[in-house]
Write a protein that binds this ligand. Sequence first.
Ligand code: PLP
Length: 396
Amino acid sequence: MKYEFDEIIDRVNDPYSFSFKWQHPEYAFKRQGVELTRDDIICLETADMDFRVAPEIIEDLQRLLDHGIFGYSEIPQTYFKAVCGWYERRQGWSFSPEDISYMPGTHSAISEIVKLYTKKGDGVIILTPCYSYHSDVDGNGRRYVKVELANDGKDIFTVDYDALEKACAEKDNTMLIMCHPHNPTGKVFDHDELCRIADICRRNGVLIVSDEVHSDILRRGQSFEPMMKACGSEGLIACTAVNKTFNLAGLAMTNVIICDPKLKMDEMNMYDMPTPFGIQAVISAYTKGDAWVDALNEYIDENIRVCIDLVHERLPKAVVAMPQGGYSINIDFSGYGLRGDEVAKKIYGDAGVVLNSGLFFDDIRGKQVHRACLSSPRSMCLEAINRIADQFEGCE
Ligand SMILES: Cc1ncc(COP(=O)(O)O)c(C=O)c1O
């Protein structure tokens, strides 16, 4: 089947859209301290996609709608088998249906894990710059311990093992949250990196939570190894989801995988009643979604290629690196020698494009680096970059 990713779907005015990022850009502008004056905003911000969900999933959800009753629902065995089948088939990672606990979204899952497996005041280590886990960590009275990834200056990131070892050796630091693939750097940790990180954590009694929600979105030629497959299940909890891969974030269906018998806890099953829509979407995605995800990855490869080319051509002083995973790129505007607020005004206020500034990811370069999610129709991504480039013209 040929899938359509070029279609522009109206997420601003359609009464069934309910899109937070498209209908409320004022929050992003407020965060940037920039006035919102245009009404033709392009949002390449929050990591959801502007593509219609796979037709295979929509058809099944339509059948569910036709059934017409949406009462309290139990997760059937077909759901667990579908989850196991996907990871076995796509990532060569085997686990059993009994190792899976459903949670209503990844933040709910991580927050619950933080509350269950650490105590108030404990330190939770994050490899920064990173997608924010502040609400799960600080929000639960734990300390956010940042271990910075080393950056070669061109946004190729590596692990600073000495700094990680030092942080893990502190006795009150009891958990590491891995973001693998890493958001926003687009790094996919390789086998040796994963095992070295796991070894440091295990020697120091630090529990690992591997957030792998971006693991199906990979750039051409890259392969992903689940951390549990690479280094075993001891002291490790993995979070997986259909949310990013299939553009189903609004259904909040996350699966937590725990194979280490010492970590199994009944409390994890307290949220075992998702909506029938969420249950069906997971079953359909994981049993019928392979071809759609493959086509999606090809489309995103091309989006990223043409957008990086356009940045090189029209924003010659900006730095941008090819990600290994995920659908976002980070554009570093520091070469233009402007203040952070001036950069933000050009992008958000003048060009009318909403991105995520580095501040959101605890990035020391803050407002000089902005993340663009290229998970939108190509024409929209290119228009956004062109609009931004127009504003930097003459800033030579
Ligand atoms: C790495 C990562 N983890 C978790 C989330 C949030 O996932 P959920 O919507 O399932 O809570 C995001 C959203 O962007 C993310 O990038």
